[in-house]
Design a protein around this ligand. Structure first.
Ligand SMILES: [Zn+2]
Length: 324
């Protein structure tokens, strides 16, 4: 009976050895398949990389060489990191997303040209109440795609087509003016910001706030970061309707006044604008001029319907020709 026990033990040992051998072969085979990224974790590869992450996603789709068994080729400390692949796309066709609205809609900027002198056009700060400014921005983007030579080689022109997409999605009309937090985005800037303002001469068809604090809104914060990064030398913020062209800056900022005069005469708009007695606290162009030193203007389209496209093609030319 004793010899039977020994035979059983020997058999078991043999089986164990066989299983171990098979298991090793299996891992080795799997390690040679580059697409099966999850195996890196099972073979004790790069620590800290969760199994769900696919490293090959950052690699070019050009010929893939099998990934060697990780433990056999440790990366030397001086190894160059895998470059993030940037696919060269025509910039005007694909917007840069500079941030998101309260409800998560993208804030899209289109780029034309690549010169060092950066110019910026912002539309839709008052959302659906001034949806024709967004329609104008889209017309200008379309025009510039077909006529890229409009932008001089020394310049980069950015067009932010809609700073308040939540407002625009809600309604075309007075109900589309504020963002999803009920904030007037042109009252939310960190210069002369006031929670409450004197309503005399100001827009007051619906409840509206200036936000809980300066730059409390994601739309404002995204545009501030963008402006601080790119440092534009001139800025237009489009509105409607009817009041003319406002020069940013308080106290008066002469470069904004020069820009306002030039653009008003090119587009046939009023400058100085119609004064309704409203104090525009915490607005974008005052912040741009008085804090950032950027010549900036608000241009009001003629009404709430038309884009004044021909007028604003002339404004665009004058804007690009204008020297700060
Ligand atoms: Zn407006």
């Amino acid at each position: 009976m004793k010899w039977m026990r020994w035979l059983w033990a020997a058999n078991l040992l043999l089986l164990l050895a066989l299983l171990l051998g098979l298991a090793r072969l299996g891992t080795r085979k799997r390690a040679l398949v580059p697409a099966a990224a999850g195996t890196r974790a099972t073979t004790g590869g790069a620590p800290g990389i969760p199994p769900s992450r696919t490293p090959t996603a950052f690699l070019p789709s050009t010929p893939r060489t099998p990934t060697p068994f990780p433990s056999q080729t440790p990366l030397p400390p001086s190894a160059t990191p895998v470059p993030v692949v940037t696919i060269p796309l025509p910039p005007a066709l694909h917007p840069i997303i500079i941030g998101r609205s309260v409800e998560g809609r993208p804030l899209e900027v289109y780029r034309f040209g690549s010169g060092a002198d950066v110019r910026l056009i912002v539309a839709g700060i008052h959302g659906g109440n001034e949806w024709n400014t967004i329609a104008l921005a889209d017309q200008l983007i379309d025009y510039l795609r077909r006529h890229p030579d409009t932008v001089p080689a020394s310049q980069t022109l950015f067009i932010l087509r809609n700073l308040n997409p939540d407002g625009e999605a809600r309604a075309h009309g007075v109900d589309g003016r504020v963002n999803a937090n009920g904030v007037d985005l042109n009252r939310n800037w960190p210069y002369r910001w006031q929670a409450e303002w004197d309503l005399d001469g100001c827009w007051q068809y619906r409840p509206v706030t200036a936000g809980t604090a300066p730059a409390s809104e994601p739309e404002t914060a995204a545009l501030i970061a963008f402006i601080q990064t790119w440092q534009p030398t001139a800025l237009i913020s489009y509105h409607s309707a009817a009041l003319g062209v406002f020069a940013g800056g308080l106290p008066d900022f002469p470069p904004s006044m020069r820009l306002a005069e030039t653009l008003a005469s090119a587009g046939g708009y009023a400058y100085p604008p119609l004064n309704t007695g409203c104090d525009y606290t915490g607005n974008l162009t005052d912040w741009a001029s008085s804090v950032m030193g950027i010549p900036a203007v608000d241009i009001e389209l003629t009404n709430h319907e038309d884009t004044d496209f021909e007028q604003n093609l002339r404004v665009l030319d004058a804007f690009l020709q204008w020297q700060p």
